[in-house]
Design a protein around this ligand. Sequence first.
Ligand SMILES: NC(=O)c1ccc[n+]([C@@H]2O[C@H](COP(=O)([O-])OP(=O)(O)OC[C@H]3O[C@@H](n4cnc5c(N)ncnc54)[C@H](O)[C@@H]3O)[C@@H](O)[C@H]2O)c1
Length: 420
Amino acid sequence: MSDQYDVRDLSLAEGGRRRIEWAEQEMPVLHVVRERFSKEQPLRGARLSACLHVTTETASLMRTLQAGGADVVLCASNPLSTQDDVAASLVSHFEIPVFAIKGEDNETYYAHINAALDHGPMVTMDDGADLVSTLHKDRSEKLGGVIGGTEETTTGVIRLRAMAAEGALGYPVIAVNDAMTKHFFDNRYGTGQSTIDGIIRATNVLLAGKTFVIAGYGWCGRGLAMRARGMGANVIITEVDPLPALEAVMDGFRVMPMVDAAPLGDIFCTLTGDINVLDQVHFELLKDGAIISNSGHFNVEINIPALEEMANEKRRIRQFVEEYTLSDGRRINLLADGRLINLAAAEGHPASVMDMSFANQALSFEYLLQNADKLENKVYTMPEELDREIAHLKLEAMDIKIDSLTEEQEKYLSSWEEGT
Ligand SMILES: NC(=O)c1ccc[n+]([C@@H]2O[C@H](COP(=O)([O-])OP(=O)(O)OC[C@H]3O[C@@H](n4cnc5c(N)ncnc54)[C@H](O)[C@@H]3O)[C@@H](O)[C@H]2O)c1
C-alpha cells in the first residue's frame, strides 16, 4: 500500500477494485497499450503528477502508466467527481498515491494539487489546467524539472493556449482533447450519454415531452442534444457562434437567445466553457420548478452567487438538487452545485470512450519522453498517425473491418491530372 495519500476511507477499496475491473473490460485499446508498455517499459522512472477525475477509467490509465514504468501520483481535477472507492483501491491495491475526496472544499482541493506537485513531476497530466496553473503561479520552484505535459479537456486547452500566447507556459503540452479519437467520441458520445445519466440520477425526471435547453452546440452540446432528442425531449439550442448555431438549425433544433429560451425550458444544461451563461436576467424568467445544470468544465457557467442573492429560501430536496425559492414563490432547482453533472451525480463517461481518450494520454506521455527536447513551450496536437493508430485499434477491438486503398486509388488520390 502507498504510504502517501488522502482519501475518504480505505475500507471502500475492495468495491473500488471490482468496479475498476468492470471498466477495464470495456477498455481494449488501453489494454493493448498496457501490454506493450509492460514489455518495453518506455516510461521507466518518469515521475508523473496527474490531476484527473478520479474514476474507474482513470484508475485503468494510472495502472497502464505504472505498467510502463512511470512513478505516478494522482489528485482530483474537480472537488465533486472523485469516486472514493476507486481512490481507496488505487492506494491499497496498486501502490498509487492518491489525494482526492469527493465533496472536498476548495482549500483541500488545492492542498491535494500541491501534494501531487510535491512529487516533483517530470510530466504533468491535467484536466482543466488547475495543476499547471498552480505549478506556474505558486510552485514555480518545481517548474525546472518538468519536460512536458498533457491536457485532457477543451477548457484546459483554452487556458494553456492563453498561457502560451503570453509566453507564460514553461514547457510543451500536448492537447489530448484535440485528438480526433478524443473529442469526436468522448466529448460527443461520452458527455451526451453521461450528462443525461447525471440529470436523471439527480432528479428522476421523465425527459419525454420536456423542453430541454442546451447552451453551446460544440462537441459536448451536439452529443447532449442528440441524446436528449432521442429520449423524446423538445430541444432548444442557444449559441453565440453563427456556425454551430446554423449547424443546430440544420440538425433540426430550435435555436434562440437564452432570454427567449428561459421562459420555455423545463430542463437547462450549459456546456460552453464560458461564464454566467445562465444569469440573473434568465433566472427572472424561468418557470416554477425549472431544473438547471452544467456539464462544462467549471462551475461558473451558472451564476450561482446571483441565484443565492435572489433566493428567499434554499433547501436540499434531493442529494444533488438544491431548491431555491424566489420572492415571487417560483422554485429553481440547481443540480450538483453547478458542477459537471455527469461526474457529480453519475459516473462520468462510459469506459468505452475513455478507452480512446486515455490511450491518447498514455501515448502522448510516451511521445513527450521521446521528443520533449525537440518541442517548444507551446500547445501541440497529437501526431495524426497516433490518432489513426488508436482508431484502428478500437475498430479492431470491435471486430469491425474496413477497406484499404488499392494502389490505383492511392495514385489517383495523390494526382491532379485526371479530370472529367
Ligand atoms: N462533462 C464532461 O465530462 C466534459 C467532457 C468534455 C468537455 N467538457 C467541457 O465542456 C465544455 C464544452 O466543451 P466542448 O468540447 O463542447 O467545447 P466547444 O468549444 O466544442 O463548444 C463550446 C460551444 O459553446 C459556445 N458558447 C460559448 N459561449 C456561449 C454562450 N455564452 N452561450 C451559448 N453558447 C456559447 C461556443 O460558441 C461553442 O460552440 C468545456 O468546458 C469542456 O472542458 C466537459
